[in-house]
Design a protein around this ligand. Sequence first.
Ligand code: MEV
Length: 432
Amino acid sequence: MAIEPNLVEGFHRLSQKERLQRLKQLCDLSNEDLQVLSGETQLPPEVTDHLIENTIGYFPIPMGVITHFSMDGKEILIPMAVEETSIIAAASATAKWIKRDGTIRTYSKGNLIIGQVQIPHLKDVVRSRQILQANQDLLIGLANACIPGLVNRGGGVRDLVVREIARPGEDGAMLVLHILCDPCDAMGANLINQVCEALKPRVEELTGERVGLCILSNLVDTKLVAAEVVIRGVEKNLGLGIEEATLFAQADVYRAATHNKGVLNGIDPILIATGNDWRAVEAGIHAYAARSGKYQPVTHWRMEGSDLVGKIEVPLAVGIAGGVTRIHPTARVALKILKVSRAEDLARICAAVGLVQNLGALKALTTVGIVKGHMQLHAANLAIAAGAAVHEIAAVRDRLAQILLVEKSINLSRAREILDSIRELDQTVKIH
Ligand code: MEV
């Protein structure tokens, strides 16, 4: 399915109003949806007061869309809520390159989330382990009895695993019961936490031991999503530069952290736009990156002949039902723009965008560097930070862009100097 090309071409040059009209056509949005996006309809205080404690207001961040993104043979517009200037521009430009010269394919591996019931100190580890294993069916039945809605929708607890873990710095072990649950289209945090707590008394009764923590694990390596980008006919030096960047991140944890930050630049803004818990996903991805004992990049790039091939595999527990995703009006519209009907589709999109975002950063880093594109876009931010009024922003931004070309750097004090000189000039013109 392709998006009408003339509706997205030049999208970045349109006014916000014009973009909304295009989006209305492209994604079948209602006038109410447009009012939500434009900020005319705010999240009602009754809702915010229920979401968090001590509400005092809002923290608006802009929402934009990635254009030209085609994956698994389908073209999609991808909403992102983000404050970092170059993210959407870089993602759209990289997506356009891939749409022209390559493909993005995604894969999903598993749909189970993990809850943990911990027994910290045990009188008899072997006996408790055997009891828990022998009572597996009983415990699964009890677990599912406390989430009948999910079970009716086709989800529920599928399996239990008993893990024995050495106590750090002491003799002895703890036991951890892993509860593996299919949350269908929910992220499932509330569901699995309820299940863990509901099982606690029965686990204590069966084993005669005291249960410690009952909580989900964010390391959902039972719910992995993978994506692969292949770009044909990539210029050799560019491809080898990107390959070398992977090697650097594999060798050095300082670089791996920044490499993965670039991946999360693509994932977090989609999670925010769709009302998903980005802290949970971040925690899971970082833990997965460190699963070998050494923190590693979550993407890899290499040249195969003249093709550049990139891969990502990350845990992604996201939802499109329940939680904030359906209460928050903007998240609801974001899901409509994405046209996803399953949580798995949203997870696939996140993985693909993470990989594409990473490629955009590595392409810039191995060629012109990140400063040029980033600072070009950042020039308007500097103008605003320097105190430019709406009618002055463009003039300060354009002057900063010229300086950037020559001097390769710009900063707030340069923006202030430019603003002062523009204002002086204005005064002189008025006097004469
Ligand atoms: C900046 O937000 C992200 C990058 O630092 C990522 C990277 O270095 O790969 C450009």
